[in-house]
Design a binder for this molecule. Sequence first.
Ligand code: SF4
Length: 496
Amino acid sequence: MGRAGHVLSKSTFIRGSQCHKSLWLYKHRYQTRDRIGPEQQAIFDRGSMVGRLARELFPGGVDASPPTPFQYERSVAQTAELVGGRTPVIYEAAFRHEGVLAAMDILVRDGASFRAFEVKSSTSITETYLLDAALQYFVITGSGVPLADISIVCINPSYVRRGRLDLFRLFAGASVLAEVLGLQPLVVQRVEELSRVARAKEMPEVPIGPHCRNPYPCDFMGTCWKGVPDYSVFDIARLEEEKKFELYRSGVVSVAAVPDSYPLSDRQRLQVQAERSGEGVLDLRAIAEFVGSLRYPLHFLDFETFQPAVPLFDRSSPYQQIPFQFSLHRCEGPGEEPSHVEYLAEAGADPRDSFTDALLSAVGGTGSILVYNKSFEVGRLTELAELFVERAPSIEGIIERVVDLMTPFQRLDYYLPSMRGSYSIKRVLPALVPELSYDSLAIGDGTAAALAYLGLLEERDPARRAEVRRQLLDYCRLDTYAMVQIFEVLRRAGKS
Ligand code: SF4
């Protein structure tokens, strides 16, 4: 028997369906799992929060969740009692059948039968969700409880909040009974197969492959991918995953070792050749043209956004990017020291209105506005123009002045081997301005910034709030200062 008195659970069934070795390691070498990062943890927390919220679609139910994940047997017993009684709605109803434990988010009594609802925090139904529901159906009906229907409840991305949350619009449920019934033979066969894997003394030999990230990033990559160097064929830009593994399996691991005869795009070939020769590309004419196309004063601008799964504000949708912060460095003339303006919304209220006002006054009426990866900032500005119709002409004026600082790197006007085939700012900055680094910052990327801001919504300690706000400001300021420094490198190169 496994960790909680059963051989498989819903999550180990899905894990084993992805990779036998992952299931075996989870059962026998649990302590070697990779540490769960804050981003992954936030995804788990979001799932739990959405699951709790969806319960209100069927209010007044009895929660059969175990007090700890090791006490699922209690949940199974409690569920059996509730099912045998008259309880109309059960949350986290737990069942065991053939050594498989599965809990259903919401179980609703329907005459002599039940309807089951599995809640997902994503916006569409995937193959994995269907398999997951098929296993639940197998376990629930196998343990003697009849199911008239089984549905997956997802978030409806086109819901727009107006006033109080409308859960019946926020969530969209669809019956998957037909698909689930069709998957039963596969589930029966797989339960048998995975139970054998889980009980085996020997670890199954499974080489690394595309399955390591699909459908979920495996948390044993730290073990299985140990032999793959930090920079390898897996980092060749835009090379199909199958081809990367083809090279790897044929013994080609380093980028420099890719044979000349191997079919690559021009860009990929350049990445390989630069790695071999240690020499980059510098198209001075193209760089000078780019620099010459800009108009002073130059504004270096960066936004931070967060994406709540459940819309917090009126006129916003699930997972919509809500801008809450910007940093702007302004340079009056070539080589001059930049001035700095920043904005960070108070957590709680909708930040978009004050963000827009602060931005309009910060960027003034003239001069190029440089961003890194234009589609992101322009996308947010376009949304703001749609939201604040009366300010739309001014916002559109900003959009017209936006220039992408990423362009010379994306076009390969400037490429160094240390950029490792990437033109993201996180690769370009250390290659061009190695003395500037995010390493000493408490918040080191946009995802961490979004999580920190979300955390502020709940933070009650004023000292901690002040500290996180300072960390957010430090991070965003460095982002635009990094752009100033990258531009300086281009400007000097363009003059030479
Ligand atoms: S890293 Fe890949 S091969 Fe290793 S256990 Fe995970 S999925 Fe399997």
